[in-house]
Design a protein around this ligand. Sequence first.
Ligand SMILES: NC(=O)c1ccc[n+]([C@@H]2O[C@H](COP(=O)([O-])OP(=O)(O)OC[C@H]3O[C@@H](n4cnc5c(N)ncnc54)[C@H](O)[C@@H]3O)[C@@H](O)[C@H]2O)c1
Length: 407
Amino acid sequence: MLPGTAATQPETDAWHGNMLFINMRNHAASGIAMGLFKGCFEGKRVLITGAAGVKGSWLTLLLNEAGATTIGLDVRDPTADSAFTTMGLGEHTTLVRGDVTDLPLVQSLVRQADTVFHLAAQALVGLANRYPMETYRSNTLGTITLLEALRLASKPVDLVVVSTDKVYKPRNDNDHDEPWTEADPLFASGSYAVSKACAEQVCWDYHHRYLAPTGVRSAVARAGNVIIGGDTYTSRSTGGAGRLFVDCYDALIHGRTPKIHNPGQVRPYTYGLDVLCGYSCLAASLSRPSVVGKAFNFGPPDYRGTDNATLATGICRSWGNNQGWAPGEPRDEPHVFQRLSLDRAQKLLAWRPIYSIDRAIDDTTLWYREWSRKRAFSEAAFMETTAHEILARFLQHARQSKTWWAE
Ligand SMILES: NC(=O)c1ccc[n+]([C@@H]2O[C@H](COP(=O)([O-])OP(=O)(O)OC[C@H]3O[C@@H](n4cnc5c(N)ncnc54)[C@H](O)[C@@H]3O)[C@@H](O)[C@H]2O)c1
């Protein structure tokens, strides 16, 4: 019997043996965007690993709007100030607390899914390098566990494995302007990059040997650095491993001057919803032989990316109050330049990013401004309305730009 179709519908989601019964009333989409992704997710059960994280939260919101029933898996409970909690997602999805390396648990979740987005990972480069064994466990063994669960399930499922552009081998000084294509060699250094590159290698082995023959259609997504509201990784809260744009907003909220490490460092800063729509387009296109079993880059409209100084200047402009930034302590990073070619995603998925860096910054500023203003009132789900407004505005822009997945 399918979850949610039990004759006696449970009031809340509930485990019976190793089956999770889902109360569909908790999962009704608001309906603003039905028809998204050509209706590919309508009525589908989607498992999102790492759902309590920043990308997982926005992906849950997006796919709920696209008509999916979402189930999340995460090793940690969402914190009070997380995107997941403040968007009120607990009312609209089922979040299972558990480790992605727990094979019986992952098997039980995979059995109930039509599509899986695998995001669970140690996602901070600084923490990954500080705790290598835990990083390889979550990032590499976690991916292997999911692949094994799919092999054992032996049923058709669509799978998008979320990797990173940090897997690419750094360019040298002569060719740093050349963007990475998916055919470029992998293996940058550091536990984060290597754990993800190893996970990708295992994906290809499982794909060819075990999964494709049983109807599991899989692909890998490599995105650049994402900016979006709801990210709480400040350097203050992570012992110096925070994300630059989050540090910037943290300083502005508290009336401090943002300190910017490596101002000349270039990253493919991309709006989060653009990247998540890229993942969704990839999942929606897995029926095509030209797409399945491939890796795809997702990045910003301008392949040259944005340097940290320009990003910080944009954030300060958007925040107002004539606040500027100052150079901070340099960080040791393997890549000075990261540039991504989007040719494959444009050609095979007809995907392209919607937001320029300035628009991405403005909507991210809107989140942090609202978040800092409203959090004093401590109401549950105090960012739910703002999150829906931010999503609706993005989808409206996508529709206006005649993007196939938004029409
Ligand atoms: N944010 C970015 O700029 C960016 C860029 C490229 C790739 N990525 C990738 O996107 C994915 C999501 O990243 P994010 O920015 O949302 O990070 P995040 O830390 O907010 O989300 C990751 C989630 O995975 C969970 N997790 C970690 N280990 C787990 C385990 N063993 N079992 C179950 N859950 C576990 C964490 O608790 C967390 O909630 C990651 O795979 C990351 O590597 C992120």
